[in-house]
Design a protein around this ligand. Structure first.
Ligand SMILES: Cc1cc2nc3c(=O)[nH]c(=O)nc-3n(C[C@H](O)[C@H](O)[C@H](O)COP(=O)(O)OP(=O)(O)OC[C@H]3O[C@@H](n4cnc5c(N)ncnc54)[C@H](O)[C@@H]3O)c2cc1C
Length: 500
């Protein structure tokens, strides 16, 4: 083993940061970082992974309340604002395994149409279906993807599927990476049974078995560089001590916001990084049915309506938990809340995902925390109205007798005419929007087209620095993005290994 392959710490004296020499350093351990860690370890590299968040095991997740897990696993306790009209609530995790620890385990392959569109926009033609398809197949195989069919419960999904069929709309059972899901309905606060195949229980342990070291609680502050060569990485350890790593190759996978923030802080493409962050927006509709649906029973959901996916629009039930329902009703009139809680077993909660056409950006930082702003366009407002109209149509076809639209001040809607009146009245600032999918802040595209990195994920002008997470996607895929992110990350690391 060469002296560089094992990390060597030169002890710090008089408060100077300790120096650690290492071969391949990966920042972030989520969907992108875990791929880099495993593939580099498989290629015989000595790998160190620095992860800002904690390592939380399945047993700890099972013992914690959802509120405790939320505070521990999510950045800012789950409340990151993307300011604008309206302000959007954005969520991502910080933990060993990244956001895959709290996600729904949905795994979809990016369509050939989306990849072709990205190739045309970015000026890079090679990340198309013939290249990305086999990468996705590898991810699917490694994570053991299954098709989540209706089982016990999930009556809300059955109703949605039947409604789609009655309208002649396309729907599908979701594809998920779970092994023996116990239907505990706690995906978003960390799987308490270990069924979800997050990076924390798959790629990372495999990389560690091959010798990779994963260091939780280490926050990377800055990358130092000269003439396009990374010289060092300055980090703060769990005990607050500063450490300087001297990697031969650096992979940055700090997530859709973390990666552009780190580049900007390090003076790397500070003008373009984080200027054009793409989002998927979620609209939440509560529906009341004339009979018991017991939506809390079952796994996350078992039907997704994809009829309008070409428009970047998907409809699915969302995890109905008593806490989640309480939060959804929080802004409503007290009498209505009493009434709805009394009818809890007849309620379902539905998510409509819409691809946003305007972009978010990092507008600055306050005490090291990024300030995010978005510029939702008129076309987005129009798309949200269209998405709500179609969702309402579907839910009425499913037998719903009353809908609560994603605007707390609006009363229940009981007819298509009510829906039309609501859509005519709703203003952009009235929408209550959530986003859990951000990407494309450092897109892989030619520099003249707003790109930050090349086809090896290297920021322009750099040789030993690669980006490999959600930030490199050229845009929003319109589907849950983990499969796309991991496929791109596999391809980036493979190209690096071929070129090294
Ligand atoms: C509630 C929820 C449900 C979701 N459901 C799905 C789903 O079912 N299917 C799907 O495809 N997608 C889903 N997603 C989105 C998906 O999980 C993310 O798009 C994906 O994990 C992003 O991968 P990434 O590697 O870019 O970032 P992440 O997975 O977020 O990993 C980035 C990691 O980098 C670390 N980091 C950041 N900055 C630093 C720093 N300076 N120093 C050290 N470490 C740092 C972070 O702590 C984090 O752990 C969901 C997201 C949420 C929030």
């Amino acid at each position: 083993m060469s002296p560089l392959t094992a990390p060597r710490a030169r002890s710090a004296r008089s408060g100077r940061p300790a120096d650690v020499e290492c071969d391949a350093l990966v920042v972030g351990s989520g969907a992108g970082g875990a791929v880099a860690a495993l593939e580099l370890a498989r290629a015989g590299r000595s790998v160190t992974v620095l992860e800002e968040g904690p390592r939380v095991g399945t047993r700890e997740l099972a013992a914690a309340s959802p509120a405790e897990s939320m505070r521990r696993l999510y950045r800012n306790g789950g409340a990151t604002a993307v300011f604008g009209t309206p302000t959007i609530a954005y969520g991502e995790a910080h933990a060993v395994g990244g956001t895959t620890v709290v996600n729904g385990g949905l795994l979809w392959e990016p369509s050939a149409a989306v990849l072709d569109c990205w190739a045309a926009w970015s000026g890079y033609g090679s990340y198309r279906a013939p290249v990305i398809g086999p990468r996705f197949a590898e991810v699917r195989r490694r994570l053991g993807m299954i098709v989540q069919e209706h089982g016990d419960g999930n009556e809300d999904s059955r109703l949605l599927a039947l409604a789609a069929e009655s309208l002649g709309w396309r729907w599908q059972h979701p594809q998920r990476v779970v092994r023996g899901c116990e239907h505990r309905n706690q995906c978003a606060t960390g799987c308490p049974s270990g069924a979800k195949q997050s990076m924390a229980v798959t790629y990372l342990p495999e990389a560690e078995a091959l010798g990779a070291r994963v260091s939780p609680g280490v926050r990377v502050e800055r990358i130092t560089h000269r003439h396009g060569v990374v010289r060092g990485v300055e980090a703060t350890g769990p005990d607050g001590r500063r450490v300087r790593y001297r990697p031969r190759t650096l992979f940055v996978a700090a997530g859709p916001i973390g990666t552009p923030v780190l580049l900007r802080r390090s003076g790397i493409h500070a003008r373009t990084a984080g200027r054009r962050i793409a989002l998927h927006l979620n609209l939440r509709t509560v529906a009341r049915f004339p009979r018991v649906v017991d939506a809390v029973r079952g796994t996350m959901f078992t039907a997704q309506v994809q009829e309008h996916s070409a428009l970047g629009m998907l409809v699915m039930p969302s995890n109905l938990t008593p806490g989640g329902l309480g939060a959804a009703l929080a802004g409503r009139a007290p009498d209505l809340v009493d009434d709805l809680l009394a009818a809890r077993s007849q309620l379902g909660m539905f998510t409509t995902q819409v691809r946003m056409q305007g972009y978010a950006r990092i507008a600055g930082t306050v005490a090291g925390t990024p300030l995010l702003r978005h510029g939702m366009t008129r076309a987005d407002h129009h798309a949200l109205r269209l998405a709500f109209r179609r969702t309402a149509r579907l839910l009425f076809a499913a037998g719903a007798v009353e809908l609560l639209p994603p605007t707390s001040a609006a009363g229940p809607l009981r007819t298509e005419a009510d829906v039309e009146a609501y859509c005519a009245r709703v203003r952009p600032g009235d929408w209550e929007l959530v986003s859990v999918h951000a990407m494309a802040g450092c897109p892989m595209a030619l520099p003249g087209r707003g790109g930050v990195c090349d086809e090896l994920g290297r920021p322009y002008g750099f040789g030993n620095l690669h980006l490999c997470d959600a930030s490199v996607l050229p845009g929003a895929p319109g589907i849950s993005p983990q499969g796309t992110i991991m496929s791109f990350a596999h391809e980036i690391v493979a190209r690096h290994l071929e070129s090294a």
